[in-house]
Design a protein around this ligand. Structure first.
Ligand code: AMP
Length: 221
């Protein structure tokens, strides 16, 4: 079974995707992580994507579709994969449908996480990540005495370039204009499971797992 996690920036897709992929034993594919890695390594696509990402704009469809096509063709995706941050446009959703059909997979189960805008701003502006162990945390959860240090491995925490206020505003606008229409698109196709993304990580994880479970039970075979 292939799963798409859909939601605005800051909805908790990455955190939930990590847990769900581990639980279902399928690979977690984050196009944002793949693009950030390409940018850090300075590959040709990475260099093109970096300024767009830093400004909070979407990377062109053909770039991300190419990345996902290559990744889905790898053997570990045969049993299914969990897509986090893809698709983000109607064109990408169409391309995903074709890619899955070409490898004999059913259409994806789409879980959308809804979180109010004020909460998204709070989460994104305080989000910090660890460049060494990849922990993602929030300044509200860090001790006052050492707010810049990773509580897991002790490395210096960083703020993503695109979590700067101007970029956050642009990302929310891009989401509203280009990605939110996917809720209707997948709803019309009968593939959508809409979840309340508010609350603790554990409570949202339970809702996500329940939604995936019921979607799985509703499918033939
Ligand atoms: P994320 O980590 O998912 O928030 O993605 C970070 C940034 O990577 C986004 O703001 C976009 O610039 C780019 N990106 C990630 N996934 C996609 C996608 N499916 N389509 C276009 N751009 C993407």
């Amino acid at each position: 079974m292939d799963i798409v996690l859909l939601g605005p920036p800051g909805a908790g897709k990455g955190t939930q995707a990590e847990r769900l992929a581990e639980h279902l034993e399928i690979p977690h594919i984050s196009t944002g992580d793949i693009l950030r890695d390409a940018a850090a390594r300075g590959t040709q696509w990475g260099q093109k994507a970096k300024p767009l990402m830093d400004a909070g704009k979407l990377v062109p469809d053909e770039v991300v579709v190419g990345i996902v096509a290559d990744r889905l063709a790898e053997p570990d995706c045969q049993r299914g994969a969990l897509l986090d941050g893809f698709p983000r446009t109607i064109a990408q959703a169409g391309a995903l449908g074709e890619l899955l059909a070409a490898c004999g997979h059913a259409p994806p189960v789409v879980v959308s996480l809804a979180v109010p805008d004020e909460e998204l701003m709070r989460r994104l502006s305080g989000r910090r990540s660890c460049p060494r162990c990849q922990l993602i945390t929030h300044v509200d959860e860090l001790p006052d005495a050492s707010p810049a240090v990773c509580p897991r491995c002790g490395a210096g925490l960083e703020r993503r370039d695109d979590d700067a206020p101007e970029a956050v505003r642009r990302r929310l606008d891009e989401y509203a204009e280009k990605t939110r229409p996917l809720i209707q698109y997948y709803g019309d196709a009968g593939l959508l499971q809409a979840i309340d993304g508010n609350g603790s990580v554990d409570s949202v994880a339970q809702r996500v797992a329940a939604a995936v479970g019921s979607a799985r039970n509703a499918r033939p075979g």
